[in-house]
Unconditional design. Structure first.
Length: 186
């Protein structure tokens, strides 16, 4: 009986588990997000990165893979990946943004400079509302536990009537702590 129950549980988990772990953030280009926002307004989360940034890669591999983070981002935001050194032209709200030194190494795109208020730091996570107003850039590597309350703060419009510090003090995380195996002592 117990063996049969195990087989049923394993079978069920084999169908459920792939969908849980295969869920990812729906990353868009800046232009795609703007186009979608015109029809269905949502806030923006913009991951400003460079190809050579180690902390950017770490954040991509660890922070943006948590199911809670994925759910927040996909539900409340247009998620944008923006290479700060992109070489193409972006036309946004009547302004033309370019990388003036397209052939230079580590040259920044004007859109990244505008979103970061000229304070170039990678990674930086930028939050923008549906009206394309900058809510806040958050510089540096963010763990899952760092990012979750920030996502909630902006997604639920708490920034409109409270400070982040007050909000965070009462925030209850949905991220489950990693369980470690108990240590046996002799």
């Amino acid at each position: 009986m117990i063996k049969a129950l195990r087989v049923v549980i394993i079978t069920i988990l084999s169908f459920i588990t792939p969908s849980v772990y295969s869920q990812t953030i729906k990353w868009l280009s800046f232009e795609e997000a703007v186009k979608l926002n015109e029809k269905n307004p949502k806030k923006f989360i913009i991951d400003i990165y460079t190809d050579w940034c180690g902390w950017c890669k770490k954040m991509e591999a660890s922070t943006y893979t948590n199911p809670v983070i994925i759910d927040y981002v996909n539900t409340y935001y247009y998620a944008v990946k923006l290479n700060a050194e992109r070489r193409d032209t972006v036309i946004f709200q009547g302004h033309t943004f370019v990388n003036e030194n397209k052939n230079g190494s580590h040259s920044t795109h004007q859109l990244a400079e505008a979103l970061l208020n000229g304070k170039m730091s990678y990674p930086t996570t930028v939050f923008m509302n549906q009206k394309y107003e900058l809510l806040s850039p958050v510089a540096g590597y963010l763990t899952q536990e760092d990012l979750e309350p920030i996502l909630s703060f902006f997604a639920l419009d708490k920034y409109l009537n409270t400070t982040y510090d007050l909000f965070k003090a009462g925030f209850v995380s949905k991220i489950k702590p990693i369980q470690t195996a108990p240590t046996l002592t002799k």
